[in-house]
Design a protein around this ligand. Structure first.
Ligand code: AMP
Length: 216
């Protein structure tokens, strides 16, 4: 099952992807997570992409396409994958079509107010990447990850100025991508303006209705 998840930052894609990934035994591949990890490690790739991430701007196509090409070659992608954050340009979408064939594209949407509330309160564990929300999904102990005991922080690009810019960038860049998959007839709109415990069963039902049988 080869999926793409599309949706504005803060819509909950990471949470939904984790649920689908566990149910179907396929990896969740977030190009944003890959880049953040490389920046943290201080690798050559990390040094190249750091300035774009900090400014909320797109990393150049040549870099992103190669990262995804190499990632999809890995053994764990044999049964499928969930791509999150990729493609963001038509060139990335066309290159992806040369690498593999996508079954479904889930387009998550919600009103702007919901997105802004979610983003401003989002927190992430520096160690394992677990996602929290100050209001909707707080950790048991403030500032400390339930899963690994790591420190919970606000992502540098979840601050108000950067959020506003990221939403503008999202609208500008994803409209052609959404249209690209709509024309191919594989785009599904999924309403994600409710809590994750409502949205996740909605997604799993949708996938089963499209003939994808879960692993567990
Ligand atoms: P995300 O976590 O998906 O919001 O990604 C965080 C940042 O990583 C973005 O603001 C971009 O700077 C970069 N990035 C992630 N995926 C891509 C992509 N497909 N194309 C270009 N830049 C990307």
């Amino acid at each position: 099952m080869r999926l793409i998840f599309i949706g504005p930052p803060g819509i909950g894609k990471g949470t939904y992807a984790t649920a689908v990934s566990e149910r179907y035994g396929i990896p969740h591949i977030s190009t944003g997570d890959i880049f953040r990890e490389e920046v943290k490690r201080g690798s050559e790739l990390g040094r190249k992409v750091k300035k774009y991430l900090e400014a909320g701007e797109l990393v150049p196509d040549e870099i992103v396409i190669e990262v995804v090409r190499e990632r999809l070659k890995k053994e764990d992608c044999r049964k499928g994958f969930i791509l999150d954050g990729y493609p963001r340009t038509l060139r990335q979408a066309e290159e992806l079509d040369k690498m593999t064939s996508i079954d479904l594209v889930l387009n998550f949407h919600a009103p702007d107010e919901v997105i802004i509330e979610r983003l401003g309160g989002r927190r992430i564990c520096v160690k394992c990447g677990a996602i929290y929300h100050v209001k909707f999904m707080p950790p048991k102990k403030p500032g400390i990850c339930d899963k690994c005991g790591g420190k919970i922080i606000q992502r540098k690009d979840d601050t108000p100025e950067v959020i506003k810019h990221r939403l503008e960038v999202y609208r500008r860049v994803f409209t052609p991508i959404i249209n690209y998959y709509k024309e191919k007839g594989i785009l599904l709109d999924v309403y994600a303006g409710e809590p994750a415990n409502i949205v996740i069963p909605r997604i799993l039902k949708l996938l089963e209705e499209h003939g994808f049988k879960p692993e567990k």
